[in-house]
Design a protein around this ligand. Structure first.
Ligand code: SF4
Ligand code: SF4
Length: 374
């Protein structure tokens, strides 16, 4: 039988959060149940974009800090890693600083990095959508992995909890594939990526969540809870009951695929005592026919271009590319069919000759979407 811990935590005050994180993990048997001395431990919060902790778009740094301290006390060697929705190291580094995670790392002597920094490794998955994915090398190599999602709603996933937190582990190409599918296919894609390397422990920051049109433009919702579990699906099933949104495609797909469907023992607070109904996201995106959306994605998609006036032909990009998508004849050339949009070549180019391009159509649609709060 699975176990999900529900603990009340009324505000982001350091001592309070630290005590409550310890209480939640303690209800699952303590950190020693998950971490052994000498384990390398990847801690993945939700660092969707560069925004301050007060915006509540990302996992709060105090929650991350407490988990890092507990891992250190258990003798583990933690590293905090994530990647933004833009999927470039520049944006990830900015986000890791703005969200307060760099400060956590400095204070506790822990590395804070973007997934892009350690490169990617090909992973076979027995998925419904994906048979093969590229995963961060560190994710696949770490002895233990801890997921720290944020309690929010999501325009495409309906909720962004523990399963969806894992979609942030794959390069842009796979995430873009997801955004051009039907809602059921997207749900399967989320589950496929989650199965690539399931976390060993999940702790959800639900002190202040987000309802409505999350994960960025929703309305803040004070929930006052932390949830913890070993199993991400069981945690999301519990979250969906608490927020009163149980019609969640990725949870339905997980059920049909018999993933995380054991009985759940709730420890700590009872679900019925902490019910906090959330507004559902309102989206029109999935009413647009799939073929039309695929065509739109093709037009809107970002890409990479080599700026020949800057390139010194050092070949670093050719050597780096994890999928050998860069050929060198007279100049480096990117094979767009092979490229997984990890943006690693753009990051390592010593003269910034590889430029990330976004079409004007994409930019105008993004502004329109922001304006309409879609
Ligand atoms: S890394 Fe930059 S400078 Fe070197 S070959 Fe590639 S594009 Fe040119
Ligand atoms: S070409 Fe660049 S962005 Fe594309 S997969 Fe290779 S390193 Fe990544």
């Amino acid at each position: 039988m699975g176990k999900v811990a529900i603990v009340k935590c009324s505000e982001y005050e350091e001592k309070l959060v630290d005590g409550k994180v310890r209480e939640a993990i303690g209800l699952l048997g303590g950190i020693e149940n998950f971490i052994s001395k000498g384990d390398t431990v990847l801690i993945k919060p939700n660092v969707l974009r560069a925004s301050s902790p007060e915006a509540h778009v990302t996992t709060h740094p105090l929650v991350v800090k407490s988990v890092v301290k507990m891992v250190q006390e258990a003798g583990g060697i933690p590293t905090i890693m994530d990647m933004t929705w833009v999927g470039s190291l520049h944006s990830t580094k900015k986000a890791l600083a703005e969200t307060g995670l760099m400060d956590v790392g400095k204070e506790l002597g822990v590395e804070v990095k973007g997934f892009e920094e350690n490169g990617w490794v090909k992973v076979k998955v027995n998925g419904k959508i994906f048979r093969e994915l590229y995963a961060p090398k560190f994710l696949m190599a770490a002895d233990k992995v801890i997921s720290l999602p944020k309690m929010k709603t999501h325009l495409e996933g309906i909720i962004t909890g523990a399963i969806k937190n894992w979609f942030g582990c794959v390069p842009m190409k796979f995430r873009r594939i997801g955004h051009s599918m039907s809602i059921d296919e997207i749900a399967d894609a989320f589950v496929d990526v989650y199965l690539m390397r399931e976390p060993d422990l999940v702790l959800m920051d639900g002190v202040v969540g987000m309802e409505g049109n999350g994960p960025i433009n929703g309305e803040l919702k004070k929930v006052g809870l932390l949830l913890a579990a070993k199993d991400s699906v069981e945690l999301d099933r519990t979250m969906s009951k608490i927020i009163g949104i149980e019609d969640v495609p990725m949870l339905k797909r997980a059920k049909e695929r018999r993933i995380g469907q054991g009985e759940i023992e709730i420890v700590g607070e009872k679900i019925e005592d902490v019910i906090t109904p959330f507004k559902k996201p309102v989206t029109v995106a999935h009413k647009i026919p799939k073929t039309f959306r695929r065509a739109m994605m093709a037009v809107m998609g970002s890409g990479l271009e080599i700026n020949k006036s800057k390139c010194t032909k050092c070949l670093d990009c050719v050597k780096y590319c994890p999928v050998t998508a860069i050929k060198f004849t007279k100049w480096p050339e990117i094979d767009k069919q092979k490229c997984i949009l990890c943006f690693g070549c753009a990051e390592i180019c010593p003269v910034e000759a590889i430029e990330i391009t976004a079409s004007p159509v994409k930019e105008s649609l993004q502004s329109l979407r922001k304006f309409l709060k879609l």
